[in-house]
Design a protein around this ligand. Structure first.
Ligand code: GDP
Ligand code: MG
Length: 296
């Protein structure tokens, strides 16, 4: 009989090492001004990460974020450390001439790949490279109920070539459930029609379970979300919600909106896959292009 040497403890060793190092997750939010980008981020990650209140006093004109801005946070849950970079972008597509308004966002994403590559190529490279590559791009769609705007199609197409794009229908409390479902189907059709391939991507290595998980996600995307930084009382309990004259939206109630689906997707089910896909598909494509250009 073989003697037990104990290498099965490698999973604990890896876990210990990973726990010590923590995880890095970088998200960018993209979309028109006022679609609730900052609010949603704050709703997802609970604490007030980006101060979207105060800046919008009722009679003050909505002030635009004028530059791409990365904010870092460390969140700890049960001893697991998540370093979170949230990149807020100025609302684009607000102008009459929107030509090229997406360029700074694409450039920002590529710059992170480029910085990572530079560090990788350094002879005495660090054992652990600080990762600023964007793992997920939440793309905010105006809740018109009609169709995507031409600019949405252009920008999502461009973005999908460099980053994992996850579309969300912003402020979906402004749509009835029927409108919402019709809008979702319409958007999915338009994405296919325009040949925009979004995350999740199937790979040959996927097992049954992963294929199934991806399929579930595809049936939900685009996530119809509602964000709120305020709590409201429902049945004596304080929950994240929006209250108006005719009722209350409980952000965390799956009957009301798909916020919980999105949050579970980002933090529970696809966090690791978003990180992996970024490295294996988007960064790899960038890297091989750059290295090829170097040779010439
Ligand atoms: P940003 O410019 O995309 O970052 O938008 P903000 O997060 O600053 O939100 C703009 C305004 O929309 C604020 O007054 C928010 O309270 C409001 N808002 C944010 N999310 C929602 C939502 O899901 N539904 C509704 N009805 N309003 C929202
Ligand atoms: Mg904002």
């Amino acid at each position: 009989a073989q003697t037990y040497v104990g290498f099965d403890s490698i999973t604990q060793q890896i876990e210990h090492k990973l726990l010590k190092r923590g995880f890095q997750f970088n998200v960018i939010v993209v979309g028109q001004t006022g679609l609730g980008k900052s609010t949603l981020i704050n709703t997802i990650f609970a604490s007030h990460l980006i101060d979207s209140k105060g800046r919008f006093a009722s009679d003050e004109p909505v002030r635009q974020t004028t530059e791409i801005q990365a904010v870092s946070h460390v969140i700890v849950e049960n001893g697991v450390k998540l370093r979170l970079n949230i990149v807020d972008t100025p609302g684009y597509g607000d102008q009459i001439n929107n030509e090229g308004c997406w360029d700074p966002i694409i450039k920002y994403i590529k710059d992170q790949h480029s910085a990572y590559l530079r560090k990788e190529l350094t002879a005495m490279r660090d054992r652990y490279i600080q990762d600023t590559r964007i793992h997920c791009c939440l793309y905010f769609i105006n809740p018109t109920g009609h169709a995507l705007r031409p600019i949405d199609v252009i920008v999502m197409k461009k973005l999908s070539e460099v980053v994992n794009v996850v579309p969300v229908i912003a402020k979906s409390d402004s749509l009835t459930l029927e409108e919402r479902d019709r809008f979702k189907v319409k958007i999915r059709d338009e994405l296919i029609y325009n040949n925009i391939r979004l995350y999740p991507f199937d790979t040959d290595e996927d097992d049954e379970e992963e294929v199934q998980l991806n399929e579930t996600i595809r049936q939900i995307i685009p996530f119809a979300v509602v964000g709120s930084e305020n709590n409201v009382i429902i049945d004596g309990k304080s929950v994240r919600g929006r209250k108006n004259r005719w009722g209350v939206v409980n952000v965390e109630d799956a009957e009301h909106c798909e916020f919980m689906h999105l949050r579970n997707f980002l933090t529970r089910t696809h966090l690791q896959d978003l990180i992996e896909t970024t490295a294996q598909i988007h960064y790899e494509a960038f890297r091989s292009k750059q290295l090829l250009a170097l040779k010439e």
